[in-house]
Design a protein around this ligand. Structure first.
Ligand SMILES: [Zn+2]
Length: 108
């Protein structure tokens, strides 16, 4: 984790730097905009899966970042490694969750 220019912070080696909204000497208290859902959050309140960073507003929700990443890893591996779904963001993926969930349920 680094702030570099004091305007950006790196939380994942696979993702672009994240703009800092409010810097803080304690890196866990640095405020950023969640790159997945856009909510303001503290660095110390982010979660990561496969290099994709989310926050409490988008990570644990049904159809959120965790569910979506696990789904794509199993059912759409190319989208998983491509990472476009992450750029599409939380709401775009959340909308697809009903359909994806059905596919998961059919599998088991
Ligand atoms: Zn978020």
């Amino acid at each position: 984790m680094r702030t570099g220019d004091g305007k950006h912070i790196a939380l994942s080696i696979t993702q672009p730097l994240i703009p800092i909204i409010k810097d803080h000497p304690n890196k866990m208290e640095v405020i950023i905009k969640c790159p997945y859902c856009g909510h303001e959050t503290k660095v110390g309140l982010t979660y990561m899966i496969s290099g994709f960073v989310g926050c409490k507003s988008c990570y644990f929700e049904e159809g959120g970042l965790f569910d979506t990443t696990i789904y794509l890893k199993s059912f759409d591996y190319l989208s998983y490694i491509d990472g476009q779904f992450y750029k599409d963001g939380y709401l775009a993926n959340k909308k697809k969750w009903k359909e994806r969930k059905k596919k998961i349920e059919q599998q088991y």
